[in-house]
Design a protein around this ligand. Structure first.
Ligand SMILES: C[S@@+](CC[C@H](N)C(=O)[O-])C[C@H]1O[C@@H](n2cnc3c(N)ncnc32)[C@H](O)[C@@H]1O
Length: 307
């Protein structure tokens, strides 16, 4: 298992992160707006609702939520460099938002909360007890009837852990191939690295990414994505082949560059598995919207979770 520490900013700079995620990713900006719509509907009619953004990173989406009148916002992340950048981005809104460097699993707010929201955060929290601890912490601080609006990337449903890896290949191939087609080569490369992190998380503790593996993924994604839009079985067959080659090229030697050696700790799960996680805490899925191609390929899911 990769170490889950606050090192995201050692993998990508805050500026580059904000730029590629908002301007280049095929679905993220659309999903951001859906999250905002969900939050806006929730706060409607409430005076000064207490809202917390968890895993805010370098405040990529925070200004969007400050467009909502009256919200009393706090943004939290445990990565100090990202938080420093967030403070700079949010300086013009100083009176309306508080930026806090804290771990979401243990953070305790001074008041009870109307709404928590997060985007692309949930899959970074270590599975099992740590995820449970963070969800319970959120749940306990919500007012009765309060909501957690959560946006995250979900691959298609899988039948077992090996099948999960194939579904991951199909999902990432879609994202990476489209980034390449649009000429966003840096995004394509970062997504290929993220895919490798996801492949090893909870599966292979020692393995680290290599340039050869990244290049291999970049050279396979187009045919896999093309196949997945025609016939999912064909895409699955290609994914099996790619997985086999990647396993043969397993690497345990770091390259000496934190942007490659460190893992983002991604572990993306299907809609089905996600529901089990949150229902176990007591949340109820009240609403869900998918941004993305299809259930067979995956998508960005936005959930309204009710306490
Ligand atoms: C992919 S980034 C998402 C940033 C932002 N939400 C966005 O949509 O651009 C995930 C963020 O979660 C933060 N994070 C992960 N685990 C955390 C934890 N336990 N407490 C606080 N922040 C955490 C990371 O530092 C990182 O900035």
């Amino acid at each position: 298992m990769a170490q889950h520490t606050a090192t995201y900013s050692k993998i990508i700079s805050p500026e580059e992160y904000n730029r590629i995620m908002t301007n280049e990713h095929l679905y993220i900006a659309v999903a951001d707006k859906v999250i905002k719509d969900f939050v806006e509907k929730e706060v409607c009619g409430k005076t000064n609702p207490e809202v917390i953004e968890i895993g805010c990173g370098p405040a990529r989406i925070t200004p969007l939520f400050l467009q909502i009148p009256n919200i009393h916002l706090t943004a939290i992340d445990y990565d100090l460099d990202f938080i420093d950048h967030a403070k700079k981005v949010l300086k013009p809104y100083n009176s309306r938002v508080k930026v806090v460097n804290a771990d979401v699993s243990t953070y305790v707010h001074s008041k009870s909360i109307d709404i928590f929201y997060s985007q692309g955060f949930h899959h970074h929290v270590q599975k099992g007890k740590v995820t449970e601890r963070y969800l319970k912490n959120i749940y306990n601080q919500l007012k009765d009837g309060g909501a957690y609006v959560l946006g995250d990337e979900n691959p298609a449903a899988y039948s077992n852990l090996e099948d999960r890896l194939l579904k991951l290949i199909i999902w990432y191939s879609h994202i990476i191939s489209n980034a390449k087609k649009l000429g966003f080569n840096y995004l394509a490369q970062e997504e290929a690295k993220t895919f490798l992190d996801d492949l090893y998380e909870n599966y292979d503790d020692e393995a680290v990414k290599s340039k050869e593996q990244i290049d291999l993924i970049l050279s396979w994604v187009d045919k896999i994505d093309e196949a997945s839009s025609e016939k999912i079985d064909k895409a699955t067959f290609l994914a099996e082949n790619l997985l086999e080659i990647l396993r043969k090229k397993r690497n345990i030697k770091e390259v000496g560059d934190t942007t490659v050696d460190l893992s983002r700790g991604d572990y993306k799960i299907s809609d089905t598995e996600f529901r089990k996680e949150i229902e176990n805490i007591g949340f109820k899925v009240e609403k869900v919207e998918r941004v993305g191609p299809s259930k067979d390929i995956g998508g960005l899911y936005i959930y309204l979770l009710r306490k």
